[in-house]
Unconditional design. Structure first.
Length: 388
């Protein structure tokens, strides 16, 4: 392991050299089955041939143009992305590099919308306890987990947190004289794969509409087909004012996006926001492959079916220390009796890559392209580790 990196990650003892489909290979040639997808990034697996071709062909043309201009590939990607998110009411998009950057853009849209319409003082963004929205100072402020706040204050002010599922707390927090936006994950990822209830999401949509508060969905981990619909909010039958995306948006090439619709669509004006690498042609070329592959009803049904298979299998295990299984599609949380990190270490030694989401929760985010046989193989390893 190299010692020149800053000590910011609790890393597992492996160095990878290449990948193929749902498998990674370390520098010694050992093979691992990937049930983590780089934390939902490698949604199409590793070395996906259409993605490799698209990025290679674009690299042979040009890698970057600044945002004084449009590129043909970024324009095509933006149009397809807005079309894919049209069910949620999206009308336009700002292309970024990461989820944190996308969420920064969402907060700026909410605050400018409220300032221009109502004047100063109505700028609070409400988020949920257990949320995760990024690691910049502002998106840390939006993140409703105290453990991420230690050592980095003072933070951007104007953020308030409420418990997910608590409609009374939601009603009290959404003060129409003080609040500009509500930013929520339909399924929280980092805190343990926690889905919001249909009643809570419906109440959020109703209250935001009545009080002219922007309803914003962070779909960075749960979107892009991860839960079996293109956006996770589609499970709840609501639309949004703003949606943020990243992680799997370009299947491993850094990319993010903030989309807006309705009254939020025309908030940003020239000079309000920017990103040097936003709309990068390599990311856009990769993103077009993701959209073409994932935004297909049959493909999305397969994601849902694979997820149901995994959840049903784990729920059927006896004496494995499994307490609860949650999730939708290929976004699954498994609460266990023991600490999660030693399970990750043991699974790694057996050739299976897992993630954690909290001290006693395993997080499964396999690539969408994983086969039935690979699912069976990974589950067999996981059960063996838990039974040991």
């Amino acid at each position: 392991m190299s010692d020149v990196f800053m000590n910011t990650y609790h890393r597992l003892p492996v160095i990878f050299a290449r990948g193929e489909g749902s498998r990674l290979f370390d520098i010694n040639g050992k093979e691992y089955l990937d049930f983590g997808s780089g934390i939902a990034v490698n949604c199409l697996g590793h070395n996906y041939p259409p993605l490799v071709r698209a990025v290679s062909e674009q690299a042979a043309k040009f890698n970057h143009v600044c945002n004084y201009y449009q590129s043909d590939v970024a324009a095509a990607f933006a149009e397809k992305l807005v079309e894919a998110c049209s069910k949620a009411g999206m009308k336009n998009v700002f292309l970024a590099n990461s989820g944190a950057e996308a969420n920064e853009g969402a907060c700026k849209i909410a605050r400018k919308y409220s300032l221009k319409k109502y004047g100063p003082g109505r700028h609070t963004i409400v988020t949920l306890r257990g949320s995760f929205h990024g690691r910049t100072i502002t998106t840390l402020s939006a993140t409703g987990q105290e453990k991420f706040h230690r050592d980095f204050g003072p933070f951007t002010d104007g953020f308030d947190y409420i418990p997910g599922g608590d409609i009374d707390a939601l009603d009290k927090a959404l003060d129409k004289a003080a609040v500009a936006g509500l930013l929520i994950e339909a399924i929280q990822g980092e805190s343990g794969i926690i889905p919001q209830t249909g009643e809570f999401i419906a109440a959020a949509a109703k209250l935001c509409a009545e009080r002219d508060i922007l309803l914003m969905f962070d779909e960075i981990q749960c979107g892009l087909g991860r839960t079996g619909t293109f956006l996770a909010l589609e499970h709840y039958g609501v639309s949004a004012d703003v949606v943020t995306l990243a992680k799997g948006l370009a299947a491993g090439v850094p990319a993010g996006a903030v989309l807006a619709g309705g009254k939020a669509a025309d908030v940003f004006e020239s000079g309000d926001h920017g990103s040097t690498f936003g709309g990068n042609p390599l990311a856009a070329a990769a993103g077009l492959v993701v959209l073409k592959t994932v935004n297909d009803p049959a493909f999305l049904r397969e994601i849902a079916r694979k997820g149901e298979k995994i959840i049903a299998a784990i729920r059927g295990w006896k004496h494995s220390g499994v307490k609860e299984v949650r999730g939708r599609g290929l976004m699954i949380g498994v609460d266990i009796e023991s600490e999660a990190w030693p399970v990750l270490e043991k699974a790694l030694s057996k050739g299976l890559l897992l993630l954690s989401a909290g001290p006693k929760t395993l997080r499964l985010l396999p690539p969408y392209t994983i086969s039935g046989g690979e699912i069976d193989q990974g589950l067999a390893i996981l059960r063996g580790v838990l039974d040991a």
